[in-house]
Design a protein around this ligand. Structure first.
Ligand code: CA
Length: 229
């Protein structure tokens, strides 16, 4: 069950939201102060959406939002603002909130916003995971077929791209030259195993700081190569 943090100091509003979230299939985590919310988040790092009231007895909802974002968390954040706090909406979105709902709100609207945000975050994560493979300083983008090292694009041939993709998909695994040849050039390729060595050598020149002392694409003597560091 997806956890939703409900930060609201007014007990009756909080209770009402909690009951309805539970009915919609969420696991609500309650907090009545900003500090309590941060503490609950610390023990529940898997909270996927936070509903943050702005006006609180201690630190305000924006501050809670700022602190969550400062940690690098990508959780969904919906600010609960009073109608008169138009300016707060702007501040809220600037501090990294994804959405806001003004009080008084219809509970159906609030749960619909939570559903939408959960869906959006889920899709984005899956999409990103499918498209990007990250390993150490490298990011391989399988949609653009590009490789970056420390944010710098490296120019690869299609063969080099397929090689690096094969390795990054199998981190730490020793791959035999036969396997590499079959995976990159195809089962029917009649070429020699030396083709693999030649292309690995070229690839190392592009990705390694010192190709003679490879750090990322290492040799497994008498067998093949390995992606690992
Ligand atoms: Ca309040």
């Amino acid at each position: 069950m997806k956890k939703v943090l409900v930060l609201e100091d007014e007990a009756n509003i909080r209770g009402f939201v909690v009951i309805n979230l539970r009915r919609s299939g969420y696991e609500p985590i309650e907090a009545s102060t900003g500090m309590e919310a941060l503490e609950k988040w610390r023990v529940n790092p898997d909270i996927c959406v936070a509903l943050l009231d702005v006006m609180l007895p201690d630190i305000d909802g924006f501050e809670v939002c700022r602190r969550i974002r400062a940690s690098g968390s990508k959780m969904g954040i919906i600010m609960l603002t009073a109608k008169s706090q138009e300016i707060d909406k702007v501040t809220g979105l600037m501090t990294g909130a994804d959405d806001y709902v003004t009080k008084p709100f219809a509970i159906a609207e609030l749960t619909a916003r939570v559903d939408a945000l959960v869906r959006r975050l889920g899709l984005e994560d899956d999409e990103k995971a499918r498209v990007e493979i990250t390993s150490g300083p490298f990011v391989l983008n399988t949609r653009n077929r590009t490789l970056e090292k420390n944010g710098q694009r490296l120019k690869l041939t299609q063969i080099e791209y397929m090689l690096v993709k094969l390795f990054m998909e199998n981190p730490g695994k020793a791959l035999s030259r036969e396997e590499i040849l079959a995976a990159v050039w195809g089962e029917d390729f009649r070429g020699e195993l030396k083709t693999v060595d030649v292309n690995i050598r070229r690839l190392r020149i592009k990705i390694e700081a010192d190709p003679t002392e490879p750090e990322f694409l290492t040799t497994v003597w008498g067998y093949g190569y390995k992606w690992g560091f």
